[in-house]
Design a protein around this ligand. Structure first.
Ligand code: BGP
Length: 488
């Protein structure tokens, strides 16, 4: 549809931004927190900084919330660090961990900013891994349920929007990159066992949220990368559907319908994969009715047919921000991904495709008829302070403007969308490139090099500096999506 009018956003639309504990908090050894597997994983990514300091949000949270309020936020999406709340296998709840999150939540509420809280964003505690060997052990399910209940009990009076597991699909698709493959010796089969365990964790959290949080709503957070067929050749269309299944649809169908689809069941059968589903598991999954989808979406992919005799090729992400480093995968018999000549790409070879956000919202609405909120979308770039001490991030403004416009169009198309929370508010660590890949509306004055060299945190400035995109976003959201800041 083309419209003759500008898109309109609902009056109570939630405008904010997004983060995750391990990427923003720092203070990994403070306040009783114990290590998480992702800490160790992030240490392997030198020369990029690990997460011991990050944006030091742990010590700057008041200032950060004040900036959110100044910007005009009505929501903020962040995650809780499991090992800050439950630091050891004895399951004792850490009062200092609770204090930190209680203070943060109080500060948000005081400023009329609705907290949207993710229970799990890639940071399995090391104690859990030591006790059970990682995600592959069903013991994790009960621990996750216990942890979720602790969170609902302590924060559920003020937090009404809950997210279960961040990008479960991406954790399974990218395994090692996000640290979930620990303890596996046959990833091909075991990833489906881990996936099943994660589905049960998600289900337990959904059920507990509905039991414990008055008026609470909970949903999963799929990482959506919509897939276009390379051509109108019918085989390419089927390849695009296969890619969609293997990267996102299998997960979304399971969350909504509470059971595995014929597509994935046949795939397991044909490949002798035993996902280790036990009696009662699917009943539990069916009981867990989600209220909404939290949608992460940054880009799109393009797929083409890959015959059985095609040469297999691994998916290699661009890990340093030098254009051209990404390698598209070829999965014989399933699909191959390929470049899209119609879109530009970022320095990390991510497609710049605002329309993909509208496509995703339309796709999700058509398939599932559930409300959605955007919990990630954004533009990662190399950035450093200019001579004037400022950040003129016009490319990010263009990206956000074009993407938010598409959200508006999706709303005009009839999709129910509750809010938009781009990644990220302040600069924070990227999953693989530390501070070298920045997303924030607010610059954090620190580099990977400085973090790596500092003997003590007091040597670092960590000053918050509003970027041009902060001012632009502020105007847009204060006008509820009317002031696009265009020159015309
Ligand atoms: C999402 C993750 C976030 C975030 C973002 C950007 O998939 O949920 O944690 O990091 O991607 O990715 P990156 O940091 O790799 O640029």
């Amino acid at each position: 549809m083309h419209y003759r009018h500008e898109p309109r956003f609902p009056d109570n639309f939630m405008w904010g931004a997004s983060s995750a504990a391990w990427q923003v908090e720092g203070a990994t050894a403070k306040g009783g927190r114990t290590p998480a597997i992702i800490d160790l994983n992030s240490k392997k990514k030198k020369p990029f900084a690990d997460n011991s300091i990050a944006s030091d949000h742990y010590h700057h949270y008041k200032e950060d919330v004040a900036l959110m309020a100044e910007c005009g936020f009505s929501s903020y999406r962040f995650s809780l660090s499991w090992s800050r709340i439950i630091p050891n296998a004895d399951r004792k709840v850490n009062p200092e961990g609770l204090d930190f999150y209680n203070n943060l939540i109080d500060e948000l509420v005081k400023n009329n900013i609705a907290p949207i809280v993710t229970l799990y964003h890639y940071d399995m505690p090391c104690w859990l891994e030591e006790k059970y060997g990682g995600w592959l052990n069903r013991g994790v399910i009960e621990e996750f349920e216990y942890y979720s209940k602790v969170c609902f009990e302590h924060f559920g009076d003020r937090v009404k929007y809950w997210l279960s597991i961040n990008e479960q699909n991406m954790q399974i698709v990218y395994g090692d990159w996000l640290g979930v493959s620990k303890g596996c010796d046959n990833w091909f089969e075991q990833k489906w066992q881990i996936n099943h365990i994660m589905n049960l964790c998600h289900a337990k959290a959904v059920i507990a949220c509905h039991e414990m949080v008055e008026g609470g709503k909970i949903g999963p957070v799929p990482g959506m990368v919509p897939i276009y067929p390379e051509t109108c050749r019918p085989l390419d269309q089927i390849a695009a559907m296969n890619a969609e299944e293997f990267t996102e649809k299998i997960w979304n169908d399971t969350y909504v319908f509470g059971k595995y689809s014929n597509f994935v069941k046949n795939y397991w059968k044909n490949n002798n994969i035993d996902p280790k589903i036990m009696e009662g598991d699917e009943e539990l999954m069916a009981q867990a009715k989600i209220d909404f989808f939290a949608v992460n979406c940054y880009r799109s992919n393009t797929a083409k047919d890959a015959p059985l005799d095609a040469e297999p090729r691994e998916y290699l992400l661009n890990k340093d921000g030098k254009k051209g480093g990404l390698q598209f995968p070829v999965n014989p018999g399933e699909f191959a991904l390929t470049a899209n000549p119609y879109v530009e790409t970022t320095d990390w070879d991510w497609e710049i495709d605002p329309g993909s956000l509208r496509y995703t919202l339309r796709y999700m609405w058509d398939h599932y008829q559930l409300p959605m909120m955007i919990t990630e979308n954004g533009f990662g770039m190399h950035e450093s302070l200019g001579e004037d001490g400022k950040i003129h991030d016009q490319a990010r403004i263009d990206f956000l403007r074009d993407n938010i416009y598409q959200v508006g169009l999706a709303i005009e198309d009839g999709c129910e969308v509750w809010g938009y929370n781009p990644w990220s508010f302040t600069d924070l660590l990227s999953t693989g490139n530390g501070m070298a890949k920045r997303y924030g509306l607010v610059y954090v004055d620190v580099t990977d090099e400085q973090i790596n060299q500092a003997q003590d945190i007091s040597e670092l400035s960590l000053k918050r500096i509003r970027k041009d995109s902060f001012y632009w976003y502020s105007k847009l959201i204060k006008s509820n999506g009317k002031d696009w800041g265009r020159d015309d």
